[in-house]
Unconditional design. Structure first.
Length: 291
């Protein structure tokens, strides 16, 4: 049987296509989407978890030791490196990881990754976050490959579904609240992750929606309850805490909240005010945790 030989035109065409693919850059990302994503990433503190600052790690390249009930693990690389980061992820991969804590290889992220709150982000904000992360310099971290998920944490995997269903689907505005209050509610429910600490958990370990923001274990009540919450605080008092951590009693927040303030300090003045307005609009709920 004679061997097939392509004609010269086909060969030239193939070389032309290969050349174009090599020299034509990929479409530039929408700079507005990248900027919006950068703002959301800053508000969520993505860089603080995914950067090993204590050891000179590069931004978003992972490696920060993260203490969990299941042991200490390094945070994953979320730069667009195709081999060790998220460079091969498409939008569906990214959305599934952010909303449900499931990696492209179907393994589960540990509950320290607050995906139940990112589950409530709008599709547009998720796309903006991905646009920002895709714009970062790719960093290779072969030592961290697979660090974000593990099949060994069976207990963590069992808890994932329970926690994930606590906040199903994108956040919806309250038609009875104004635009500013709804903006604050969205930030509290998503990148702010306020309920992660300030809402007590039920027996299954999921935040209890009946006691939303009424205080967790050794964490204060931030509803307007006058006895155990922040009912006596003014709008400016709340903004002060979110801006630099100072409280109405001339003290400063500490512990985990001091880290959160580093994130809320990145918000615009209007967004900090929106959070304050929203918190003041909530029903007052007494603290459930015993002191």
């Amino acid at each position: 049987m004679p061997r097939y030989l392509p004609n010269k035109t086909a060969v030239r065409g193939a070389f032309a296509v290969a050349y174009l693919l090599a020299v034509v850059p990929a479409p530039a990302a929408d700079p507005d989407a990248v900027a919006r994503g950068a703002y959301l990433a800053g508000a969520a503190g993505c860089d603080r978890c995914h950067t090993d600052s204590d050891h000179g790690g590069k931004p978003y390249a992972g490696g920060r030791p993260l203490a969990t009930p299941f042991g200490t693990i390094p945070t994953p690389n979320i730069t667009p490196d195709p081999a060790t980061g998220i460079g091969r992820w498409n939008m569906a991969d990214f959305a599934r990881a952010m909303r449900w804590g499931i990696a492209p290889d179907d393994s589960h992220y540990v509950p320290a990754f607050p995906f139940p709150f990112y589950n409530r982000l709008t599709d547009g904000d998720l796309a903006d976050l991905k646009a920002f992360l895709d714009s970062l310099p790719a960093v290779s971290r072969s030592d961290l490959k697979g660090a974000g998920s593990t099949a060994l944490l069976a207990r963590a995997q069992a808890a994932l579904a329970v926690v994930a269903t606590a906040f199903p689907g994108p956040w919806q505005p309250d038609p009875e609240k104004d635009q500013l209050s709804n903006r604050g509610g969205y930030l509290v429910a998503t990148v702010g992750r306020c309920g992660d600490c300030h809402t007590p958990r039920n027996r299954l370990g999921a935040p209890d929606p009946d006691h939303f923001l009424s205080g967790g274990m050794r964490v204060p009540n931030i509803t307007p309850d006058p006895q155990s919450g922040i009912g006596s605080w003014t709008e400016e008092d709340i903004i002060g805490v979110l801006t630099d951590g100072h409280t109405p009693d001339f003290d400063f927040v500490g512990g985990a909240m001091a880290e959160i303030v580093k994130n809320t300090a990145r918000l615009t003045d209007e967004d900090r005010r929106a959070i304050a307005v929203y918190l003041q609009s909530l029903p007052a709920k007494p603290s459930q945790e015993k002191k």
